[in-house]
Structure formats: C-alpha cells, structure tokens
Design a protein around this ligand. Structure first.
Ligand code: CP
Length: 387
C-alpha cells in the first residue's frame, strides 16, 4: 500500500483487529438493534450537534461583528496570527519574541558554513509577486531555503500567471493555497492582501500592497533601529522623501507609534504623509517639514526614501522631487556622529554612493537583516515553538 503524507498503512495485525471488532456480536448489534445506551449516545450526539450549530451562528452573527467593530485587524489578533497583513496586528511582546528568534538565526548565519536547519523541511512557500522586487522576494526565498523548506512561485505574476487571461486574484489564491503552506504576496493594489486572506486556506504574508503597507519591511526596519541605534522609544526618527506613496514609511510610522518614538516627516507638500495616517497616529502639523536641514541635528535615525514614480500619475511628480530631498555633503556635516541612516531600497539619487562608506550608513546591513527576520517569521507562522 502506498504511504500517504506520513500516515502508516495498517499492519496485518491491525487489520485482523479491525475485522474482528466489526464482526463481534456486540459490535453488530450496535448497528442493527439500538439498546438504551446507544439511544443515550445518539441524544448526546444530537445535543453536541445543536450546541455546535448555535455556537457557529453566534460566532458569525454576534462575536465576529463585535470583534471587527472593536478594531481587531483583518489578519487576526497576533496571539493566533494566521495572516500577516498589517503592522496593526503586532504587539511589542510578540515583536520582542520574533526579534529574539531573528537574533538567533542571525548568529547562526554568521557561523562558518552558514545556517543548516531542517525546521521547515516538510513545508512549501509560494512566492507570488505581481510587482517587481529584489530584496523582499529573494530574502523570503533565502529564509525558506535556509530553514530546509521549499519554494515555488513566480517573480512576475502579472505577466506569467493566469492573471493575463483575466483570472481574479481571489480565484488564483483560492487555487494556489492548495499547493503550499504559506503564500508571500506582493501586489500593486492596496488591500490585495486582505482580499487574498479572505479566500486563502493557508497564511498570507503581505509583501507590499500598492501604497498600503509592507509589514515585514517595517519589522526588519525596527529590528535594525533596535540593533544599531537602540530602543525605539529613545529615538527621533526623521522620514524623508515620498511619504505619500511610500508604503514602508506608512508601516514603520505605525509600528514606531506603538513605542512612543518621536517622529518628524520631511517632504515636498505634494508628497506629504497622507492625512488619514496623520489623524490615525495623532500627528500634528508641527512634525512636518519641507526641508531636512531644519531637523537633521535632532535625528538619531534618518529614514530616506525614493520617489515612488510608479504610483504617481504622469506629471504628478516633477523633476527634482527626489534630489531636493537627498543627502548632500553639507547635510552630512550637520548630522550627529551617531545618527543611523536607513533606506528600504532601491535608492535613486537621494543617497549618493560616496556616503556608503560612512559608518552612519546602515541601509545595506538593514537589507541583510531581512533574511534572519523572515526566517524567524516563517518559523513562528509554520512551526511555532512550544510555550
Ligand atoms: N524594500 C523592498 O521592498 O525592496 P524590493 O522592492 O526590492 O523588495
């Protein structure tokens, strides 16, 4: 008999046991003539069924709507995390646990010969990218491979999936969630990860949804801040560039607000942080600036970003939008000696390459932390450690 997914076929002794069990008089009478005990048994089964039905109806008509009204995020509360959709799901306690594991994997990666783990050896990750990516896709795939898992997917689902034939995202996810254990999804539309999670039978990880969120980038940004600058509550983080369409900015600002981090936002007016986010984070206009020189001396962390040209309508952003908000030798001279300069990358001209050798430049090691951080995340989602 063929062995199916780890279930042993019954041995001949087992088979004999089963046959004798179902042919003994007592067992036959259970099916043919119901005695009192079988009636009690039936009634118990009925009441269990009715109770389950009542609980099911209660859950969907009362408990779930109330939970949603109270603001439990779409991916579920983090204690029972299923999908990773938004930083709103993460608590500082959960993040602390994740970072401990990320540090463990980071140390393992630094050992001679690198990490060799089989912790996810029976698991399959589906990498579904409808938008270009270098860091997020490759670091997720590296993380899964380093944990002994396997990866299937497409780097250009927009062109090489059945999306070209008109298949909806929902249909694609519904089907491919039967092909693996977790789906890492990048999509050009805000809200795509929520739509995917609604139909998926396996966890969805939001790897960036339009100008919405990029929660795993925010985790690795925070991890980098903690390791290079110190506790987030002691920092003054200055966001610079396209704060309107930059999803990494939106996620990181939301995440830092959980720690009471002081934040400033430097951008041209038309690329300013969205009003709804200002309201959500309780930011006053006093923390918005049009020029980096006004605030650079206070910055312990500078989070640079490029202009998201692909998300603006043609003509909406003009020449100079990026370079006006870039680092210059003059600005660098005003910077504190211990300021940490980050960038989610890719960069354009906002950080000149001559700055790469400066000890305050941390954007490359920031990107490198993506692997251990995502190893920790995949492990927590697919193989949670015992309490
Ligand atoms: N930071 C980031 O999301 O980079 P990629 O677009 O290369 O994945």
């Amino acid at each position: 008999m063929e062995r199916v997914s780890g279930i042993e076929p019954p041995s001949s002794a087992w088979k004999a046991d089963i046959i004798s069990h179902y042919t003994t008089p007592a067992c036959s009478s259970f099916y043919k003539e119901r005695d009192d005990s079988s009636l009690i048994c039936d009634r118990m089964q009925e009441s269990v069924l009715i109770t389950s039905l009542i609980l099911f109806v209660l859950f969907y008509t009362v408990i779930l709507p109330v939970a949603l009204t109270w603001g439990i995020p779409p991916g579920g509360p983090v204690s029972e995390i299923q999908h990773v959709i938004s930083v709103d799901q993460f608590t500082p306690e959960w993040i602390a646990e994740l970072f401990e594991r990320a540090k463990y994997w980071k140390r393992s990666l630094c050992r001679p010969g690198g990490v060799a783990s089989a912790v996810l050896s029976s698991r399959m990750m589906i990498s579904l990218f409808y938008e270009p990516s270098t860091r997020t896709r490759l670091s997720f795939e590296s993380a899964m491979n380093r944990l002994g898992g396997r990866v299937i997917g497409t780097e250009d689902a927009e062109q090489f999936s059945s999306a070209t034939k008109g298949e909806t995202l929902e249909d694609t996810i519904h089907v491919v969630s039967g092909y693996g254990d977790v789906i890492v999804l990048r999509h050009k539309e805000r809200g795509a990860a929520v739509r995917a999670a609604a139909v998926s039978t396996v966890p969805i990880i939001n790897a960036g949804d339009g100008d919405g969120e990029h929660p795993t980038q925010a985790l690795l940004d925070l991890f980098t801040i903690q390791e290079t600058a110190g506790p987030p509550k002691d920092q003054h983080v200055v966001f610079v560039g396209d704060l309107n369409k930059g999803r990494t900015v939106h996620s990181l600002a939301r995440l830092l607000s959980k720690y009471g981090t002081s934040m400033s936002f430097v951008s041209p007016e038309h690329l300013a942080i969205p009003e709804h986010l200002c309201g959500e984070l309780g930011l006053s206009s006093a923390c918005e600036y049009r020029s980096l020189d006004v605030v650079i001396e206070r910055a312990t962390v500078i989070y640079m970003t490029r202009t998201q040209n692909e998300r603006h309508h043609e003509g909406q952003v003009g020449a100079g939008d990026g370079s006006d908000y870039g680092l210059t030798r003059e600005l660098v001279a005003w910077m504190r000696h211990d300021t940490v300069v980050l960038h989610p990358l890719p960069r354009n001209s906002e950080i000149p390459t001559w700055f790469d050798q400066d000890p305050r430049a941390h954007y490359i090691d920031q990107a490198h932390r993506g692997v251990p951080l995502r190893m920790a995340l995949l492990e927590m989602l697919l193989n949670p450690l015992p309490e």
